[in-house]
Design a protein around this ligand. Sequence first.
Ligand code: ARG
Length: 466
Amino acid sequence: MSSDNTGNKLWGGRFTESTDEFVQAFTASVTFDKRLYAYDIAGSIAHARMLTKVGVLSEGDCTAIIDGLNDIRSEIERGDFAWSVALEDVHMNIEARLTDRIGAAGKKLHTGRSRNDQVATDIRLYLRDEIDFIATELRRLQTGLLDLAEREASTIMPGFTHLQVAMPVTFGHHMLAWFENLDRDHARLLDCRKRVNVMPLGAAALAGTTYPINRAYTAELLGFDMPAENSLDAVSDRDFAIEFCSFAAILMMHLSRFSEELILWTSAQFGFIDLPDRFCTGSSIMPQKKNPDVPELVRGKTGRINGHLVALLTLMKGQPLAYNKDNQEDKEPLFDAVDTVKGSLRVFADMMPAVQPKRERMRAAALEGFSTATDLADYLVRKGVPFRDSHEIVGKAVRRGVELGKDLSQLPLEELQSFSKVVGAEVFEVLTLEGSVAARDHLGGTAPAQVRAAVTRAKARIASTS
Ligand code: ARG
């Protein structure tokens, strides 16, 4: 049988006519699943070794198969491999080429195996590698955020609720909030990896095989934690891919929120940061423009990841056990989710250390909007005023500030004392931005000392789980 024999594919025995030409293209997956070639070959080599160990394949056949597969890998990597849609998918393309090259021994490789357990194995091997790479990229971004947080531990900016100025915070503290989001994403990813790293091989088509296979040995050769317990489950479920996409959707939701802030912060109205030119693009009509395209695109790409997650959930939901061809539709969403996450993380990890905070602008913005009003209320409480009364008193002082166009710290002492007799001259210490952030001096608080301590703890934490 040769790879260009379109009328007689690897399963053609019981057929009396060749496949309709359009049906052939419609059912083929090789155009996209060829990216699994290295994993398909690794899985086949392990399978051949196991068959040899248990006495199903001869040593000679095994050597011929392994050499042949290694040559095919080189052929593919050199760009010399002729992929054939008539051979449907990556598995049959490689197997047919193997038989072309080594003859009869090639036809023995598929003993005790099915494309059903083969493809499920390939995807898991692929995804495991990608997860490891993504975990490293996530750590690279997180480390960049920690460095930024450390550098800007005492840089003051306004903190917002409802996008209205709420209280002063430190820029370092804000970066640490992003770090924590990503740290949970990292943990989710590693947790997902545990369920990815289980081996379907040996499940064969659905029920197992009559050969005396040693699944633990194949699993060990491929670095899987264990063989899957149930053959029907092993070939049919793609929940591990759904789990990855759900990790990806949550991660992208976080990156999208960061993006939204970066976009706001680079606007003339906020002016909190500058992004270096190499991460921005211009406008073909407005010469003055410098657009934050990178974060905008990351925000935009979040949509397709949500789409992929829903696509996979929907793909799975109606399927009876065990394998169904529907599952061929798992690959494109998964591949695109992997590519999108990798691209977005890479650009963020490159960009974040290059963000230039505009400290004076952030400080000026924190001085607007009465960001230390709560500090004044807390001051009055310390002087014996019940909190609800002090809230009311400060509200009135703010109203006066609005009338005069002044911040609380700019009102004369007598003016402040007209709202409460307990106010003393030392009130101005609590009304400063520095006093306000330094006072929030407890675990998780925004005080510069707390930010530095949190960075130290975070560095130790990621060193132990990278
Ligand atoms: N290309 C197929 C897929 O991606 C491989 C498995 C085909 N199995 C089958 N019984 N048709 O799912």
